[in-house]
Design a protein around this ligand. Structure first.
Ligand SMILES: *Cc1c(COP(=O)(O)O)cnc(C)c1O
Length: 357
């Protein structure tokens, strides 16, 4: 095995900034006579890490007053259950744009009426809805969307208007990749391992009035209010994952924050889609208006050709490009931490492969 660092296009766990990996390696042992892996979450050092991570999420997302930032466990998948468990009274609406939204919908059905407010299943999830295509019932507990569909490679450019109904978004694969208007959301969640840090921690941003909504039957550990009141220390938090996330947040701020990373992400995505559009070999999966800036998916004429493409890419130092088994073909995940040079190298490889096979 090579020890050289590849350009890693994996969908998740995904590439982290090389600077952050370096910093983790250097600083991990040095936390006052022990490593970060071995010290109490109640101590000053870990409390300071939590404090700074909360402050940086607030600053980078531009959160107004009245939102709480929580660091939880159980992944985005646990949020599929926690959201309806805490917030669903009667019925809620779900926009179904891929496998992750389907899973979220199935969990909600355990707690009440889970309505399909939109689905693109008929077109093999090749698009997300326009705002006016999503029908939210009056008095709905919330509308749930998946802002970026990691598997199919689609992403909302415009979010649905929900009036007084809280908008809940699974942003696992595009959190902090572009500017959003946070006040339009009641709750946002994201497993860290795509755009934020390593696996093991899940970010939840929740509007404070929603902390009070949970019925009495919800166990304390699955109740948002418990974690808000305890500063994400109601039980032992994943200290290492939160620390590594903090280093990634600092890196993001150092890059110029979300506006700067968004400009870079747009450029990277445009390079790849341009290469697809100019080619007669590669075929994009997503409809043009729904294309994701984070996961670019495309197919080749046959499985054989796709295999040769992937093998050649791996040989050239580009890993993690195989598409999800439900879509086939190629998926290039180009999250915040993927440098422009990585995308340029892939584009060059695509052109050469098309020309020479
Ligand atoms: C990866 C992913 C998930 C699942 O995340 P876990 O942290 O593994 O539970 C859910 N939603 C989206 C959009 C994802 O990309």
């Amino acid at each position: 095995m090579s020890t050289e660092r590849c350009f890693n296009f994996s969908a998740g766990p995904a590439t982290l900034p090389a600077e952050v990996i370096d910093e983790i390696t250097r600083k991990l042992p040095h936390f006052g006579g022990a490593s970060i892996l071995e010290i109490s979450h109640r101590g000053e050092r870990v409390q300071a890490i939590l404090e700074e991570a909360r402050a940086l999420v607030t600053e980078l997302m531009g959160l107004p007053k009245g939102y709480s930032v929580l660091f939880l466990q159980g992944g985005a998948t646990q949020q599929f259950a926690m959201v309806p468990m805490n917030l669903l009274e009667g019925g809620a609406d779900y926009a179904i744009t891929g496998a992750w939204s389907q899973k979220a919908l199935a969990e909600a059905a355990l707690f009440g009426e889970a309505r399909v407010a939109f689905t693109s299943e008929g077109s093999h999830f090749s698009r997300v809805p326009l705002p006016e295509e999503v029908s939210v019932a009056e008095g709905s507990s919330y509308l749930h969307i998946t802002s970026n569909n990691t598997i199919f490679g689609t992403q909302y450019a415009l979010f649905p208007e929900t009036g007084t109904v809280p908008l809940v978004a699974d942003m696992s694969s595009d959190i902090l990749s572009r500017m959003i208007e946070p006040s339009r959301f009641g709750l946002v969640y994201a497993g860290a391992q795509k755009n934020l840090g390593p696996a093991g921690v899940t970010l939840v941003v929740i509007r404070d009035d929603l902390l009070e909504r949970a019925p009495r039957s919800v166990p304390n550990i699955l109740r948002y209010r418990t974690h808000a009141e305890a500063g994400s220390c109601s039980n032992t938090p994943p200290v290492f994952a939160i620390w590594a996330t903090l280093l990634t947040l600092r890196w993001l701020k150092g890059q110029g924050g979300v506006p700067a990373i968004e400009a870079r992400n747009r450029k990277k995505a445009a390079m790849l889609y341009d290469a697809i559009d100019r080619s007669s070999l590669y075929r994009g999966n997503a409809e043009a208006e729904s294309r994701s800036m984070m996961n670019v998916t495309f197919t080749l004429p046959s499985e054989d050709v796709a295999k040769r493409f992937l093998d050649g890419a791996a040989e050239a130092g580009m890993m993690g490009l195989k598409g999800h088994r439900s879509v086939d073909g190629v998926r290039a995940s180009i999250y915040n931490a993927m440098p422009v040079e990585g995308v340029a190298k892939l584009v060059e490889y695509m052109k050469a492969f098309e020309k020479n096979g």
